[in-house]
Design a protein around this ligand. Structure first.
Ligand code: GLV
Ligand code: MN
Ligand code: MN
Ligand code: MN
Length: 405
């Protein structure tokens, strides 16, 4: 493997990095995301790939004539607030570098090969993760996507328009899906499974069911120094009860539950709040455990809201069912990535990915690169240069195999 990966990486890495935190703030269609997308298009064109933007804002870089049976890799460039460097970019840069590697080996694929960059994978700006791939597969309607808003009330369709795209064209893309023979996403592992087994690379077997729920607690704003406790309708209290229940129920059901985003109005130190809006992220190995956690949080929020004279309304923002990756493809890439030794280990993950969404429509699979600390969705996310190279080499082997190179 040459230093192709390192060179590409150095071009992308500064874009959207916050100097104070070291984390990335690449929000869909914002300045840093736009710069990162432009970087990808330029890097792909430099390599002689043909770049196109699909009707849902996803980018495609083609090696060979776009057509049926294509072998597609790629990931995303948007980030969570103060995200790590690798979540998404590893699969995009890795895809370009893997194509470079196939060329260096003098291989000529019989099938078209493409690197895709999916829009709004994290849902950090508009709330629904994997929005680009959900639109392409029809997992979300264009009507619902169009009306999703960011924190400032800007809609997804307006943001697309500002980016020069036509939101009227959004929607399920049968023609595009019809071209994909297989999709393989390379991604940083977001846990410590590979660190524990001592393997640089693994393959995904399944993605846990997961989802996002919004809870709106509405009370009465009032003076912090004069309003008697008995006279308050304080939405912070049922909110706190819901957070504690999320943790308790997750422990009971062997699930994960997180409240990582909250908005308090009017957000003054010396005022009882009028409203608390909170987001619950819940994930579990099976649908029943997931449902049990969400129901428990909902019940705790309602009980406590009733005790405190607060109203609460819950909304499902996005649901992602259990995904089992195509067994044939999964085993083939695990063997191929093993490079003639034993197949690489199979891992299940609680993290959502475009590959999981695409798996409902086309054969899809994933490769993971070891993350020494397991930390992700944070600036401390890391991978060694050697493991990134191992991931790219494994991806190149897989692309060569699947494309009959
Ligand atoms: C996306 O990365 C998610 O799983 O939250
Ligand atoms: Mn992520
Ligand atoms: Mn990701
Ligand atoms: Mn993800």
């Amino acid at each position: 493997m040459s230093d192709d990966f390192a060179q590409l990486w150095d071009g992308l890495a500064p874009l959207g990095r916050n100097r104070t935190t070291g984390g990335y703030r690449r929000y869909s269609w914002g300045a840093a995301d736009t710069e990162a997308r432009a970087w990808f298009a330029a890097a792909a064109r430099d390599r002689g790939l043909a770049v196109e933007t699909d009707r849902n804002g996803n980018l495609w870089a083609w090696w060979g004539e776009p057509g049926p049976g294509a072998v597609v890799t790629g990931s995303h460039l948007d980030s969570v607030p103060d995200g790590g460097a690798y979540d998404g970019p590893l699969g995009v840069v890795g895809g370009l570098a893997a194509i470079g590697e196939l060329r260096r080996r003098g291989l000529r694929p019989r099938r078209p090969v493409a690197v895709a960059v999916f829009a709004e994978e994290e849902g950090a700006r508009f709330g629904v993760p994997c929005l680009g791939s959900r639109l392409s597969t029809g997992a979300i309607t264009p009507e619902r996507a169009a009306g999703l808003t960011d924190g400032d009330g800007v809609t997804w369709s307006r943001a697309m328009e500002r980016a020069g795209l036509d939101p009227e064209r959004m929607g399920a893309d049968r023609e595009l899906l019809g071209r994909i023979g297989a999709f393989v996403e390379l991604h940083i592992e977001q846990g410590r499974a590979l660190a524990c087994t001592g393997d640089p690379v693994g393959a995904a077997s399944a993605v846990w069911p997961h989802g996002r729920w919004r809870l709106d607690f509405t009370g009465q704003a009032d003076h912090a120094g004069t309003t008697r406790l008995a006279d308050r309708s304080d939405p912070m209290l049922p909110f706190a009860a819901a957070v504690l229940e999320a943790r308790r129920a997750a422990e009971v059901h062997g699930a994960l539950a997180t409240v990582g985003k909250v908005r308090v109005s009017p957000n003054g130190t010396n005022a009882v709040p009028s409203r608390v809006r909170a987001w619950l992220d819940a994930r579990a190995g099976d649908e029943a455990a997931l449902r049990a956690v969400v129901d428990a949080v909902d019940a705790a929020a309602r009980d406590s809201a009733a005790d405190h004279g607060v109203t609460v309304t819950g909304f499902l923002e996005s649901a992602s069912p259990l995904v089992e990756f195509d067994h044939g493809l999964r085993d083939r890439i695990a063997e191929c990535a093993g490079g003639g030794r034993a197949p690489v280990p199979l891992l299940t993950t609680g993290a959502g990915h475009d590959a999981g969404v695409l798996a409902t429509a086309v054969p899809a699979a994933m490769l993971f690169v070891r993350n020494p600390t397991g930390i992700s969705h944070a600036p401390a996310e890391s991978a060694t240069a050697a493991d990134c190279r191992a991931g790219v080499a494994a991806l190149a082997d897989v692309l060569a195999d699947l494309s009959d190179a």
